[in-house]
Design a protein around this ligand. Structure first.
Ligand SMILES: *Cc1c(COP(=O)(O)O)cnc(C)c1O
Length: 387
């Protein structure tokens, strides 16, 4: 049985007719960049996320970059970020000539550890970028409290977490000052190329982000501020509009798949329970602590953009799964503090133990909504053979 990490064709087949029809309309119109498709998509997100401003942009990375430009990050300013995330979170800070100030992860959720944030705040700290890694919310209550106390802006990196809600039902991307999302094809809501979204409830920031998206221009050829070309294509917006009505059911399928994985690993005696952080006799596989909608002690939901387990012999397990035609990935093998480009920050191995533990032991298993129960069982059995 083949189990790919992701099979986008299965999802495409369910909406193909609608997308083909729309694509042909756009080709006929010869109106490719921005325009009514983008405006319609933005309005749909304002309703879906319950946010005042949703602004379509060219990618998730550009969403983060614009967010930093919008809050006037200056060279030498410090921006607090987790050391364990996709590189874009750090890269945008450096591209603004600001200083990325790295923080270790929580060992259960892999998200930035709020207890470590406050220790890193200085008079130069201008922003915090919590990442809702793998589709699970960062500890936004604590992060917002720290940020408000020190008058620091919060930019949510929700690139892996569109449709995740926080404990009070608020959508991620609407809690901080600015939210950033990615429509990269492999994300849980992907378009047919690059695309992204910026959200904010602050109308002034919203207006500035719209200006920044198109060279700071208003009206045409009058440049109020210096922006860039961060515009979104009509085709990408149209694809997202067609997919958006399905997003909640796709997220629910991801959660169900994760629940089945967790249950099977426990039934097979490979794990005792979820959310354990150290390997021991009963926990050979460390499972994500999924917090589901129906749980009474609701902390937040997890939409499982990625389903990540940790195993001691990660590389051997991965090799075995590859041989059995099961797709896996390592998100992310090297935290920022050990990346070559950040050598000058002066960190060494051991400085952020939780992030390093995750980098050394994590393996992402197939979790996409169209996965069958048989495929999930097959994956768990094959892992059992190598543990
Ligand atoms: C994918 C991703 C991004 C960047 O999004 P792109 O659309 O690929 O530019 C940023 N942050 C995180 C956490 C991501 O996973």
């Amino acid at each position: 049985m083949k189990v790919p990490l992701l099979d986008l064709k299965l999802q495409y087949n369910t909406i193909k007719d609608e997308i083909e029809k729309k694509a042909l309309e756009i080709f006929e119109s010869q109106y490719f960049i921005m325009g009514p498709e983008v405006t319609a998509m933005e309005e749909e997100f304002q309703n879906y996320l319950d946010v005042k401003n949703a602004i379509g942009v060219s990618s998730g990375t550009d969403a983060l970059l614009i967010a930093l430009m919008a809050i006037d990050i200056q060279p030498g300013d410090e921006v607090i970020i987790p050391t364990y995330s996709f590189f874009a979170t750090a890269g945008v800070v450096s591209r603004m000539n600001a200083v990325p100030v790295l923080v270790d992860s929580d060992p259960v959720t892999f998200n930035i550890d709020p207890a470590e944030i406050e220790k890193k705040i200085t008079s130069k700290t201008k922003a915090i970028i919590p990442v809702h890694l793998y589709g699970q919310s960062a500890e936004m209550d604590q992060i917002m409290e720290i940020a408000r106390k020190h008058n620091i802006k919060v930019i949510e990196d929700g690139a892996q977490a569109i449709s995740t809600q926080y404990k009070d039902g608020k959508c991620l991307g609407t809690i901080g000052d600015i939210g950033c999302f990615s429509f990269f094809p492999s994300k849980n809501l992907g378009c047919f190329g690059d695309g992204g979204l910026v959200t904010t409830n602050d109308d002034e920031l919203g207006h500035k982000i719209k200006l920044l998206r198109n060279h700071g221009m208003e009206p045409k050829y009058h440049h109020k501020i210096i922006g860039g070309n961060f515009r979104l294509d009509a085709l990408q917006a149209a694809v997202i509009s067609i997919k958006l009505p399905h997003l909640n059911s796709w997220s629910e399928k991801r959660r169900q798949n994760a629940e089945l994985y967790n249950r099977l690993f426990i039934e097979k005696g490979l794990a005792e329970t979820t959310g354990i952080i150290n390997f021991d006799h009963d926990n050979k596989v460390l499972l994500p602590k999924a917090v589901f909608k129906e749980n009474a002690d609701l902390v937040n939901y997890h939409i499982f953009n990625q389903y990540i387990i940790r195993v001691e012999n990660r590389d051997a397990v991965r090799e075995h799964l590859t041989k059995k035609e099961i797709g896996t990935e390592i998100y992310y093998p090297i935290p920022f503090h050990l990346q070559e480009c950040y050598k000058e920050l002066g960190f060494v191995k051991g400085d952020f133990p939780n992030a390093e533990f995750a980098a050394d032991h994590s393996i992402a298993l197939p979790i996409f909504p169209e996965l069958s129960d048989e495929q999930i069982k097959f994956v768990v059995e094959r892992i059992g053979e190598e543990i």
